[in-house]
Ligand binder design. Sequence first.
Ligand code: ADP
Ligand code: MG
Length: 703
Amino acid sequence: MNDTKNKFFNTSIQYLKGVGEKRAEALNKAGIFTFGDLLHYYPRRYLDRSNITKIKNLKIDETATIVGTIQTCGIQKGKRSRFVMLVTDNTGYLSCVWFNQINYWQKKFKTGQLIAVSGKVGYFGGKQIVHPDFDLLSDEEDNHSNEFFNTGKIIPLYPSSEALSRVGMDSRGFRRVLKFLAQSNIDKITETLPDFLISKLNLLDLPTALLNIHFPDDFQSLQLARQRLKFEELFLLEFMLAFRKYKLHQEEKGIVFNEVGNRTKLLAEKLPFDLTEAQKKVLREIRRDMKKPHPMYRLIQGDVGSGKTIVALVTMLIAVENGYQAALMAPTEILAEQHFLTFKQMLEEMEVNIQLLVGAQKKSEREAILESIGNGETNIVIGTHAIIQQNVNFKKLGLIVIDEQHRFGVSQRAELTGKGVNPDVLIMTATPIPRTLSLTVYGDLDISIIDKLPTGRKPVITSWRYYNKRDDIYKFVKSIIDKGKQAYVVFPLVEESEKLDLKAATESYDNLSQGIFANNKIALLHGRMKNEEKDEIMSRFKNGEIQVLVSTTVIEVGVDVPNATIMVIENGERFGLTQLHQLRGRVGRGADQSYCILIARFPLSEDASTRLNTMVETTDGFKIAEVDLQLRGPGEFFGTRQHGMPELKIANPLKDTSILQKARAEAFRVFEKNDELNETITLLKQNSFFSQFFDKIEMMRIG
Ligand code: ADP
Ligand code: MG
């Protein structure tokens, strides 16, 4: 099969002229192993005459790029030694200053070098940029940038790092090796997209696209190159999703769940509320899937509090009624425990054997549970990722529900589905994402949306205050709990500063419990506690014995205590937006008015204040997700290899929506029409990521 792969692309970079052992090593560390990797190492931006400012026209506080020669440079000793460089372009002087690694800069720069400098312009006895972004432009070997000044060409600037630039692989170094690679070998680059796509969509061929992405003659050809390369990335992604959907999901034989038995009807009667129309609609969609002879792969998107749990329970009960086992996988032990208790209560007197499986159980207990899962006595298993461990064997697993999917990677999903004979899979997520993103992240799944909250819910009143208002805030909390309600106080805890964070939370807990809440029942909950201790605190909070729960983010997802109507989030500026939304979802779960107050420390970054203001302005998970995406970029959602998706180097599904839609339509069409399928697979297999994916899937199908 290797013969179909692109030999030129797979040639090791050590065979490239100008790349010796040291460079090869540094490039490898940066993820560049082959000619193909190098050709797909795209410029981070381009310099041309239109985006260069003359020094005399620079404005203070604005960000700009200038090009000039180094007039003088050197270290200035003082209280804080610095490296200072004076650059001129014949219209004026700009000084550039570095405070760190001054000896390194001293070695790097020399008078007379041509340099492009970017950054925010300040003033310190003259125009100045501190720690500028820079690119050395020319030397004898770098013809391209020499040409630039004479002919007005566009000059590519490459991402680099200190390690790379130490071996000469700064922007200039990349230009040099790429120039050679792209120009002298252009005829060795073979096409990686099928011809029918190239002609139908009028795309540039690959050699031209690669040449132009690195060394464009003008912006129009750059634009065309970008389009072609973006399309290819998105097409590959969508093709993999289509592959999963058609080859794995639709062609596989699944279980036909026909029965809706007495117990399911009984449950419906037992519910203390009527299902919302949105819940009913989603349940109908699930029923339809379950009856089909192929496995279900359905994602339920529903905002926090929309009532996904009950939908999961009904679905699991249907599986049980049909003689199968069902498993629910939750992201935290607290959540697994909570689902376990809820389900147990709801399924009382229904002859359903339900078990909890979490990492922390005693060995003997665990073995007993494993046995009853193995011999089929257990109908429903609730657990954390402990469920996907190897020694868990089901007798007849028919359905898997994954709660709060954003915490599970695709690979974990795959491990779980390996446990049954093509079980149905239901994934629930409370992180609404824009449609274009769901086409890439969940593109192989069918999607149901619970788009309405149960009636009678009042939106949580949210506000944020600076730290100096803290006393007033807690007085307000006190007034609410004195009316019989309960409160959450949440502290941030991140891995990098875990110890400090824990200390801060514990100290504040001490202050609160000895101060304003001295006469109230208050408890501390954090991830470092023993499980029994956590469970005990959670259940005491649940049944109202604890009035104020001070906790770290362990309560972030799923926790359901409707009598808790107020939440204070300390250091609100440190949380991400989705996380804040999830946390806030712990209140506002009953009919009473709920509150969420975010406490922030001064000064706030621009992003932090956007996050806080967004929380105040809206409770709509979709809107929040959009803002979050704008702030963080889409990187967190996909494109990471750990999610089993190819990395996106140039395409951005949020911005390149029309290319994405085209790519998706074409990828899915290839599967439906089928006659171009083999040709397409053969070509895409030149891409090592795809060929690995393909091999893995073939193995799964054979094995
Ligand atoms: P989430 O979608 O965030 O997982 P839950 O399933 O935990 O939400 O439901 C939130 C709360 O709403 C729970 O207390 C649940 O019992 C309640 N609930 C669910 N469905 C309804 C409904 N149709 N009417 C009223 N309350 C409901
Ligand atoms: Mg939930």
